[in-house]
Design a protein around this ligand. Sequence first.
Ligand code: 8YV
Length: 313
Amino acid sequence: DSAKPQLLVLYNLRPAQMEQLEQSFTLHRLNQADDKASLLAAVGPNIRGVVTSGGLGFKAEMLSSLPLLEIVASSGVGTDSIDIAACHARGIAVTNTPDVLNDDVADLGIGLIMNALRRLGDGHAYTRSGDWGRLGMMTLTTSLKGKRLGIVGLGRIGHELADRASALKMQIAYTGRNKQDVGYTYYASLAELASNSDVLALTCPGGKQTYHIIDAAVLEALGPKGWLVNLARGSVVDEAALIDALEQRRIAGAALDVFENEPNIDPRFSTLDNVVLYPHHASGTTETRDAMSQLVVDNLIAHFQQRPLVTPV
Ligand code: 8YV
């Protein structure tokens, strides 16, 4: 159907939403093509929309192959992998999927904190291996109650994390560009927040502004009893400095959903016993991925029906 707008698919949405796309658009699946360069050369001149994800992003280099491009619709709230300035310079709209993932990402944040302090993974291994029967009680763990949680970036996800951590009787403080009208303690300085935190949780955007803001000095301030929890982007943390600090026990440990080099993470993480590792899957539930996919479709349909975008960047 040549009347349907043509989309370039870099990322597969959930099956039901791929079906919805098929009804309104002609899809060209670059993600499934053996010869991507030939497909791009053949269909690029007719492409009006791109479907991508926060993980795959969208690079300015592609723009020259897509002269009719009008919209880049991405699944994911993070847009650090999308060349927004280059898109906007050509009048190309960019959309993301905020809010629908806040609860799951915040839940996973609590899961990481719980796993770190109460050592769920160690307890699982201890029970399953029979060590419990052989050696008796596992060594003691650490309470969440009363511990100081420092949140770096009190945005949509940070607020949900703070709500949950408050319910668990943790004390909340935060840093960010601005002091907000909330009951939590504000530190303008990240190092000062770190030195006043038992758990430092990252929920800020990635990109240039936050590149390696968690460096050796901040880890030093967090100190030998402090845990780092990263729900944001690997790029926020100077990972070489983090691994040094973990190896030398200059921080207690790290619970990480994101890494500098995904999905092939630094192999040294696998040898450390003071880490909790998760494969960038904080939004990885059926419910949330369905909702993210629907928001991608809704933005594309709105655009091509000349209605306002639901979640423009
Ligand atoms: C996804 C994310 O991993 O929303 C984000 O920014 O990092 C995650 O929800 C990703 O974008 C895949 O869709």
